[in-house]
Write a protein that binds this ligand. Structure first.
Ligand code: AMP
Length: 249
């Protein structure tokens, strides 16, 4: 079984996000970028499937600027076998990503696509679902457990109030949630080995996809600053303040 893992280059989750002065978006110049954390979990799961003998090949694919190749190299250092880079400098929306991934799937023929449940920059949580719809494939979203057996995938999903387990026919798309696994750190020897693994370079036009955004960002703004807390002397005072100041009771 071949596993395809889409990996997105995003602002590192430790970075304190700054909104651009003109409110047009988030500042990305001179900001540390990393692989989307959910995609690290997806890569880890794909590599574990390979280590367990359930997968033969893990292919990492990224759509983004030239530096997205660094993100692919991270996946290769974690254990992916090869990479596919589709170079695009501007913003790329989930539908365009899904169309490009569909073209890659048709070329590569994986039986499983493991995506992150969402990219932490746009928080869209759309790409995997759109890809499943475009391909007409089964999908299991928010996976906290994944087993490949009997020609199918058993996915345990985190839903409100508990867990749901579903059985999918392969080929399928599975989007991974936080508790599926803890991704490994790439060792130095594996980082060195990853430099020799191949990355195929493409452009969206190679797949006949126009990645021009269809949405216009009207405004991006910072959340309101948090007010400092106060200490109250008594329960009565607390209740009074909740009623008259916070107006929550
Ligand atoms: P989103 O729908 O934007 O929240 O993204 C969900 C998942 O789709 C991500 O966790 C990635 O696995 C994949 N994805 C989204 N954008 C890209 C991209 N530009 N390149 C590769 N994978 C992507």
């Amino acid at each position: 079984m071949k596993v395809l893992v889409p990996v997105k280059r995003v602002v590192d989750y430790n970075v304190k996000i700054r909104v651009k002065a003109d409110g047009s978006g988030v500042e990305t110049a001179n900001v540390k970028m990393s692989m989307n954390p959910f995609d690290e979990i997806a890569v880890e799961q794909a590599v574990r499937l390979k280590e367990a003998g359930a997968a033969e090949e893990v292919v990492a694919v990224s759509i983004g600027p030239q530096q997205a190749q660094e993100t692919i190299r991270t996946a290769l250092a974690m254990g992916a076998d090869r990479g596919i880079h589709i170079k695009h400098d501007g913003e790329v929306e989930p539908l365009a990503v899904a169309k490009l991934l569909k073209a890659v799937v048709e070329k590569e023929g994986p039986e499983l696509v493991l995506t992150g449940k969402q990219a932490i920059d746009d928080d869209c949580n759309q790409t995997g679902q759109m890809l499943a719809a475009l391909l007409g494939w089964a999908q299991g979203t928010f996976a906290s457990k994944l087993e490949i057996a009997d020609g199918g995938a058993k996915v345990t999903r985190e839903v409100d109030g508990g867990l749901e387990t579903i059985q999918l026919k392969l080929p399928a798309i599975v989007s991974v949630d936080l508790r599926l696994n803890e991704p490994r750190y790439a060792s130095l020897p594996n980082i060195m080995k990853a430099k020799k693994k191949p990355i195929d370079a493409h452009e969206p036009a190679d797949f006949g996809v126009d990645p021009t955004p269809r949405l216009k960002t009207v405004k991006v703004s910072e959340p309101p600053p948090r007010q400092g807390g106060i200490k109250v002397e008594s329960v009565d005072e607390l209740v009074e303040k909740l009623k008259t100041e916070a107006k929550v009771i």
